[in-house]
Design a protein around this ligand. Structure first.
Ligand SMILES: [Zn+2]
Length: 197
């Protein structure tokens, strides 16, 4: 109970916290006491998210909420929500663009690959380490990476990169250009001509 109160207090103060201070947790204990965490960390401080932080907004925050609990079947679960922005290349114009990431999952903690095969529907399996712990930072990173779109594209009609590569003037020249093989053949024919019997 005391633990829960302490957690509730930290929930009220929604200040930016240090990613290094995100705890490693004993999963059983966290689920049994229904621990909750919410707040924000600098996305750049999470190792696996930092390469995707928008270059124009290096202070981008990752907002999160996570709640550990057990269901009636005594499964070890957590509801997790993350929100942040990442930079991806538009697949049409290949220019960088900022994409809002919203991830929502129910995690089911498992002890081995065999259990991971049999998690409940709509649950994401998460492997607990040998000490029965998980790292909160790692759960946040996983959720962001899982929520990334496979393809990103500007809403506006941006100029396709292939159009830029083969621009109009060159195409015109190309259509007027004589076939180099025809020219060679003609040259060869001409130089051959005099010796022709
Ligand atoms: Zn684009």
């Amino acid at each position: 109970m005391i633990l829960k109160t302490a957690v509730d207090n930290s929930v009220v103060a929604v200040s930016v916290q240090s990613a290094a201070g995100l705890p490693r947790l004993g999963v059983r204990g966290a689920c049994d006491t229904e621990r909750e965490f919410s707040g924000a960390v600098r996305a750049a401080d999470l190792r696996r998210v930092s390469p995707m932080v928008p270059r124009t907004a290096p202070e981008t925050l990752l907002n999160f909420e996570i709640r550990f609990y057990r269901n009636a079947g005594r499964d070890l679960l957590a509801d997790i929500d993350v929100r942040t922005d990442v930079e991806l290349d538009c697949s049409r114009c290949l220019q960088p663009m900022t994409v809002a990431i919203v991830g929502t999952s129910t995690l089911q903690f498992v002890y081995n690959d065999e259990q991971a095969q049999h998690v409940m529907d709509d649950c994401e399996p998460v492997l607990i380490d040998e000490e029965g712990m998980v790292s909160l930072a790692s759960l946040l990173e996983d959720e962001v990476l899982m929520s990334m779109p496979t393809v990103a594209m500007h809403d506006h009609q941006c100029r396709p990169a292939w159009q830029e590569a083969s621009d109009a003037p060159e195409q015109v020249v190309e259509s007027d250009r004589p076939n180099p093989f025809a020219a060679l053949a003609q040259q060869w024919h001409q130089s051959d001509d005099p010796t022709d019997p």
